[in-house]
Design a protein around this ligand. Structure first.
Ligand code: SF4
Length: 198
């Protein structure tokens, strides 16, 4: 079971394969892992204790801990909070969460504050400039509601997390990228155009 893997100078954490989206472009549609990660499909989800121990064992030489998953990490929001609290005395690296921004819908409550003081960066995939466009490619369990929810989540995070960023992939049209940049500005978060992972 691959709980953590190195990518660039980060230690990536894989706690779940569950996700509230079924994105057309998801890397999971095309393979079993990312870079040299090895297989990221989990027979079972690792426990909080197993995950914290794996991070402590493998964090040497890394510059960042990234909760990413081969799935949506915030499906396990409560467990991520517990893992960070458990690892913190031994691992003081900055913590990032890469998310689809749907935690509030997934858990049925406002959740941004639960990461306060534990997470340094929340990176949210925006993927489209409007709800219809988002639903067309991301196929959320929550339908078109997902888009407004992820924008609200980003704004909420910006109040309590030092660095919040909306990211889009560079396959989007320049017009849509500019629309997304505007949404990021209105939400009070940074904006990043990233390369599509093949
Ligand atoms: S949100 Fe991420 S993990 Fe989930 S289907 Fe989309 S790309 Fe894949």
């Amino acid at each position: 079971m691959t709980i953590t893997y190195r990518l660039d100078d980060g230690l990536y954490v894989n706690m779940t394969n569950r996700c509230s989206n079924r994105c057309d472009f998801c890397i999971r549609n095309y393979g079993d892992g990312i870079g040299n990660s090895g297989g990221l499909w989990l027979d079972r989800e690792p426990t909080v204790e197993e995950t914290a121990a794996d991070i402590i064992k493998n964090a040497d030489g890394c510059r960042e801990i990234v909760f990413c998953g081969y799935g949506e990490p915030l499906m396990r929001l409560d467990d991520i909070v517990s893992v960070i609290k458990k690892m913190k005395p031994a691992v003081t690296l900055p913590v990032r969460i890469n998310t689809n921004g749907q935690a509030d819908l997934i858990h049925g409550r406002e959740t941004a504050r639960e990461l306060e003081g534990l997470v340094d960066t929340v990176s949210i995939s925006l993927n489209a400039p409007d709800a219809q466009g988002y639903e067309k490619i991301c196929h959320s369990d929550y339908g078109e509601k997902a888009f407004d929810a992820l924008i609200k989540y980003a704004s909420d995070c910006a109040k309590v997390i030092p660095h919040v960023v909306f990211s889009v992939v560079d396959v989007m049209s320049p017009t849509d990228i500019e629309k997304c940049r505007k949404i990021a500005t209105q939400a009070g978060v940074d904006f990043r155009v990233r390369k599509m992972i093949q």
